[in-house]
Ligand binder design. Structure first.
Ligand code: PLP
Length: 389
């Protein structure tokens, strides 16, 4: 069997390798504590599950959905954006349902990029932006993120020749893997830059509802005129503990929505209607539920940070997202430190290099494991004597 160059060029999907390592440890009879993948352990809210039970009996839900999503789902998304960000959207032309944000993020590349085009992508970043770019035969231009720059790309450092070839710029705040956030001032600059250079701004906003210490993440669409060039990807996965149900949305510029619709309507058959109805109910979840859920994650965040500080790591608490991004001790690489943690503590953390070469020197810990596992992980860290590199 011959595989295409398209798939042969891909690095192994990060979490496949991590799952393999966990399985090997478990086969040795070890209790593995995984701070690896960001997949909420907390349950989908009960009212959302109850909606699925009802919706499963509705005969129209047994049939194919429309790609663009139910009108009432798109209206609920527009209502949620208005309430949450003060952003007005036309549910008919500026909202599209997605089978989770990942699907839309991958597919949009097929609508906007072709060989010879460039996609501006942050490094480190969620790997799917680059997969879409490679599948479309286009080329990435990596915008380095680092601590000095607040994990924001330096737009002035992008060479003019690159900007001329660029069709899209990917941004993601609150950020995976760094936990960094971006304010309206940064988005204002990004929107101006993209307008000036005729680039579509693709913002992955999946983590806006997971935030701490009273911080409120923003939407890029809050910038006046952003809708001229911006498409924002959002998801109910992390917002409402719904990764298993696969529902998200793309919102923003109507032409960009149309490009994504054309790709999707030819390749997939949309989000199960019953799941969209769950999504409508989810977007009605009272803020108090999210506040409590975030307080729960915040306790986990603080426990992990204090354990990491205990082993000498100088970690900043993230204001949002599900991730702690920690610099490794001198003498270690991201991979060698992650391996030391796996070997010594039977614990999985992700090396920053899994997200790009500028992730070197960092590990990522996800806060989405059970409280029991998290406490066990913290205990193991507290008694760990870090080996010399
Ligand atoms: C930055 C980022 N974007 C998108 C996704 C995909 O989310 P979804 O479950 O909506 O496909 C993830 C999932 O981990 C993510 O970290």
């Amino acid at each position: 069997m011959k595989f295409t160059q398209r798939v042969q060029q891909l690095p192994p999907y990060l979490f496949v390798e991590i799952s393999r390592r966990i399985a090997a440890k478990k086969a040795e009879g070890k209790r593995v504590v995984s701070f690896g993948i960001g997949d909420p352990d907390l349950a989908t809210p009960d009212p959302v599950l109850e909606r699925l039970a009802e919706a499963s009996h509705d005969r129209p839900n047994h049939r194919y959905p429309e790609t663009e999503g139910l009108p009432e789902f798109r209206e609920a998304v527009a209502g949620w954006y208005e309430k949450r960000f003060g952003v007005g959207l036309d549910p008919k032309t500026e909202v599209l349902s997605l089978i989770g944000a990942k699907e839309g993020i991958g597919h949009i590349a097929l609508g906007l990029l072709e060989p010879g085009d460039v996609a501006l992508q942050p490094d480190p970043s969620y790997p799917v932006y680059n997969v879409g770019t490679l599948f479309a035969g286009a080329e990435p231009y990596w915008m380095p993120l680092n601590e000095e720059g607040g994990w924001l790309p330096n737009l002035d450092a992008i060479p003019t020749g690159v900007a001329e070839k660029a069709q899209v710029m990917w941004l993601n705040y609150p950020n995976n893997p760094t936990g960094a956030v971006a304010d309206l001032d940064f988005f204002d600059r990004a929107v101006s830059y993209c307008k000036r250079n005729d680039i579509a701004l693709l913002h992955d906003a999946c983590y806006t509802e997971v935030a701490f210490d009273g911080y409120q993440p923003v939407s890029a669409l809050e910038i006046p005129g952003a809708k001229d060039i911006c498409l924002e990807f959002h998801s109910l996965s992390k917002s409402y503990n719904m990764t298993g149900w696969r529902v998200g949305m793309a919102v923003g510029n109507a032409d960009l929505i149309r490009a994504l619709f054309l790709v999707k309507s030819n390749l997939d058959s949309g989000v199960s209607q019953a799941v969209q109805q769950m999504g409508i109910r989810a977007m009605d979840t009272p803020q108090s539920y999210l506040d409590e859920r975030n307080a729960h994650y915040q306790v986990r965040r603080d426990n992990v940070i204090s354990a990491l500080k205990g082993v000498g790591l100088n970690v900043e608490p993230p204001k949002a997202s599900l991730y702690v991004w920690a610099p490794v001790p001198a003498g270690f690489t991201a991979a060698s430190f992650a391996t030391a943690i796996l070997d010594d503590l039977d614990m999985v953390v992700t090396p920053g290099t899994g997200y790009g070469k500028f992730g070197e020197g960092y590990i990522r810990l996800s806060l989405t494991l059970s409280d029991d596992d998290l406490e066990e992980g913290v205990r193991r860290l507290e008694t760990w004597k870090v080996p010399t590199a």
